[in-house]
Every structure is written in C-alpha cells, then in structure tokens.
Design a protein. Sequence first.
Length: 712
Amino acid sequence: MPHVFRIIDTISGLADTTIAGIADGDLLVYKVATSSWENEAAGAGYVPYVGAVANVNLGTFNLTTTGTVDASAHNITDKKVTVTTFTSAGINAAIDALGTEGGEVYIPEGDYDFGIAPTGIVIDYDNTIIRGAGKGTRLLNTCRFVYTTIVGVPAAGETITGDTTGFTATVVKVDLTNKIVWYHTLSNGANYNAAEVISWSGGADTTINGVVPTEPTEHAVDFSGKDYITITDLTVYGGRGADADRFLIVGTSSSNATIQNCNLLYGDEAAINVTGDFLKVQFNYIIGCNDEGVVCFGIDNADISHNYIEDCGIPTSNPAISVPQCNNVTVSDNVLKSNHIAIAVDAVATHVVITNNVVQTTASDGITVLGGSKYCTISNNNIYDVDSGSADIKLNAADYCTVIGNNLYGDGTSDIGIHLDESDYCTVTGNFSDNHDVAGIQEDADCQNNIIAGNNVQDGYVLNGATAETFDFGNSSLLSTGDVRIVSDSNQIELGNVAGGDMIIKYGGSSGLIDTSIVAASDLNIACGANKTLVLNNTVWDELPPTPITSAKLGSTAPTLTTFVSDIEQYTFDASNDYVIGATEITHRWKEGTTIHPHIHWATNGLELAAKGVKWQLSWCIGGPGGVFSAQTVSVIDVEIPGSTTDRTHFLNHFSPTVDGTGYKIDTYILWRLERIATAHINGEPAANPFGLAVGFHAEQETIGSRDITTK
C-alpha cells in the first residue's frame, strides 16, 4: 500500500537526490515494493527518489517510517488529517502524520476498536486537535471478547451473565460479522473462563470460543507532556469494572488543554485526569466512571463548567469533580447527580470558586473543602438529597472561605446543611436551608472567628462551643448547641440529648412553662450558691401563717363553741364583748418593707330573709427583733350579709387600715385582738351569732426563703 502526502511547500534540502518536476500541491508517492518516492503527477516521465525513507526533508515536514501510515488510515489536507481506518491504530497513524507542528485529526462517525491487544491513542505533538463528528464518533476502549456462536441480536445496554461464575457486564456493541462483543461494568471478571456460556438479558445465548477476554490496558486518549491540546466532539467508552486503572482521557504535565463536548462513559478509572496549567473542561457528558469524573491535580487556572456528571466515584468513594492542590480554579454551572461526592477541594488548594452548580443525591457529602484549603468561595449552588449522616456543604480544616447564597434541601435522615469543622475565619451568609434533621448550619467547637449571619435556616443551628464567632440567629426556627435546642416557632428551649429534649422551658403567649416530665418525671433543682436565693422581679402574694380562731387565745369574755357541721365545731361571736387574741410571725419569703393586709375568714349562722350586718374589729401592734412594738392600731370592717344568704356561707374580708411594713424585716411579729362589735347596718344584727374562723395577713413574696438565717 503506498504512502501518500500532499506537498504544501517548495522542496528544499533533500539530502541525496533532487526530484525533478515537483511543485506545490503535487502528490509524492512512496512505493513500498521498490522503496522509492515517485512524483505521481509527472506521469511516465517521473524521476524516482531512492534516498533514505527515514529522513526525507520536505521543507515543513519531516517524513519518517515511524508508525503505520497507510492510505486507508487517513487523508491529509493542509495539516488536517481525516481518519479512515476504524481503529485506535488508525487514529494514531493520523496523529503521527501531522508532524511536530501539530494540526487537526478528524475522526468521522463510527465505532473505533482498540484491538485484542489494546492500543491507546497517544497524542505525540503540541498544538493538536482531536475532533470527532459528535456522539456518533465512538472510541471503544472497553472490555471485549470473541464468540463462536450467537442466537438473536443482543442490543446495546443489555446485560450479559455467565452461567456458572457470576460474571456480568453491560453490552456496548455486538459485531455480528467479526463476532466481537464490547462491554463495560464488568463484575466477577476474574471468574470468566473459556467454557463460559453467556446469557443475554434478551433471552439468547452465546458461547466463548476459548480466547481470554480483553480488558483495557492503555488509557483511551493520552496527551501527557503535550501542550495546547483540544479533544472535542466524540464519545469514549471505557471498561468499567476491569480493574485496569486506565483513564478515558489523561494528560500529565500538560498546559492549555481543552476537553469539550465529549461523552465519556464507564471508565475503569477517572474520565478525565489532567495535571498542568490553564485547563478547560466544558460541556462534557460523563457517566458511570469508577473514580472521578474530572480530577485536576496541582493545576493553576482551570475552568470546569457546564458538564453533566452522573454515577461517578461510587465504588471508590471519590468525587465527581476533584481539584486537589489547585489554585485559581472555577467549577461552575455543572449538573452533578448520584455521585459519591459532587465536588471536593483538598490538599491546600486556594482560590477555588464553586458556583451555580446543581448537586443531587450524593452517596456522601455534596461539596467539601478540606485539608488546609483556603480562600475558597461556594456560592449560589442548589444541593439536595445528600446521603444520611452527610452535609450538603462541608468545610474541614478550611480557613478564610465564604459560603454564600446556596439553596440547600435535605432528605431528613441525619443530614446537615452546612458543617464547619476545624475551620476558622469563614463567612457563612445568605444561605437557605430546610429539612435537615441534624441542623441547617452546624459549627463545631474547634472553630473560631467565623461569621454566621443573615441565613434563612428553617432547620436550625447547632453551635458546639465555637469561640469568638459573630452569630446572627436570623429567622431560623431552631438553634441547637450541644444538648440545648432553641425552637423559636414553638417558643421553647429543649434540654437533653433526645429529640424534643428531656426538659422544656416554654412560653405559651401569656404564661411560661418549665416541664421536666417530657421523657420521665423528674425533680427541678435550682442551685443559687451560698447566701443566694431565687428572687422574683415581680412579687407575688402569699398568706402569712393564719391563726384559726380555734387555736387563738380566748379573751376574758370568750366566744361560744358551737356546732358548725356535724361533729365539727367553731366559735361564734356575739356583738358585745367576745374576743380572742393571737400572734403572727412574718415569714422569710416576705418582701421586706411592703404593706401587709389583715383579713378575716368567717361564716354565717343561719338564713336571714333580709340583709343584715356584721362588724369585726381587729386591734394590732407590730414589732421586729431588737425593736419596740408600735402603738395599737384598730382596723374594722362592717360587712353586709345579703338577704337569703345560705347558711354557713364563707366570707373573706380585709380590714382597714392595713399594716405599714416600712422599716420592718423578716421575723417581725404582729400581735392582735379580734372581736365582734355592733354593726351600723340599718337592719341590725343577724338573729344567730356568726362564726369567726381565722385571722390572716396577706403579704408580698419575692423569694422562696432568705439568704441567711435571720437576714433576707
């Protein structure tokens, strides 16, 4: 087969012999049979060149015998080579034909086999473009085997299963002419054997012919060490599950590379692995790779945008997009679905911007910034349904980062919206979070100097003792720190390590509640410390110890002991001179110096059709420890009994004037005398003398006791 090249420059510098009659645009033919170059355009009068084939200088080209350069493999026109042999070797030959100045290799639509002994595509020169015709240009760097017989026509996407070994895989293509099956997502491949009977999910069977199946041994496309490379408009299939650790596209130490508009499917390793600077990875469709969808290690200045990446990193717990040790990288406008982690920034990366991405249903965290990375921005991403026990956004040992304007929606299974751990001087603001059952935002105790403000957090905060932070509760309905949860929409504080708390402190709109019986009834202990007590800002009222008449000292003219109810007796008072005496101590709950209100409890004795009057008189004096008792004060109350009042009706009436407590302390005593005197009522006294039941004093309370034995 002759080697065909079109001359694009004048001939100069031929080492041995000049070829007559050659001009720009002429075809130069090298015939393998005669080892000679011939001018095809010169007709019968051509002059053959019989120099060394390995070193023929044609001005802008150095043609060598390296590689296969058959006419059926490619056509060259003005540094653009069109591949015509549907193999990886044919593509390599076209790349070789470009020469050191590079150019473009066009790969038409079709399926390109990598062979029984797989040959990867290697880009040899800088400034090279590899361009396909779109998704119909398919590079099949998959697993493959040759069969002997087949029943039916298995379709792409069908599952094949071994009869005894548990071998399974997914079909990419079946070549009925050459009896080849290409497949990926291999399982139990080590058990595959020559006696295997393979079943198709469609119902037909085939039998292997005894040849060991081929697995990818080379990267599908490798441009390592080459700069200014573009790979675009093609599909690459890998052999997922083959344990060959081969990338679909790899470029180490390569700068100014562009990978765009490619379908990268089912790689056994990462779809794209690049190191170097100035990288663009855009508008790619990446599915089902064992490891990362895109991994860029140590790159400065990269744009990873507008890619769709799904089902990557699941078997190896790797992210869809990984940018370790990178600087000045933008990861934007990607759709990342059902990957292990969506985006990971790690290993002291700096100035990475992650913005406008959609993240759905990860098997771990959504976006992570880890390992000493700094100055990163995570903004305007939509993240939802990360895995149980994970966070939508996680900062771990990541300082000086900004998390702003993200929409986060959990699946309600032990998940967190934003989690800060060992991260300092970060700003978290303007984010929306809902339906995370641990917290919308959680900041651990090993954080400091963070600003958390202006977030719309529907699922609450957990602040585990971080120091020196600036925090704004915002409109969150829940703040949780340790075993304390503040639930604003139900106006309560929950205490304890169980959902809902072991104890709550709650405000119900008009009154407060402390409930220690949420899980089980328990005591409420208040420890104020030595010489301290519980003090009420607003006082309440209580009764100083009352003195029942039955226990009072009877006067010289005593009231009469009379049956009250059945066997119960109480004293009745006439209106002349029946009286009793008693003493009341002011308790330690009293708010010192406040007014004390004396009163009487009494009851009617019989039923009167007309209204009647009963007048009581209380004489008293007051004195505190170490002080002098006051002069006697007389307080009276004249009470009307309405007509037809039921017998034994209980009355409570306060005396006037009251007891002025100014200057008096706890342990003060009130000495008193109670008697009934003539009423001024128009209808006079009741027929039967009323019962006197008890003398009491109402007083304001501000503590549950005194701080010391004798002092308040």
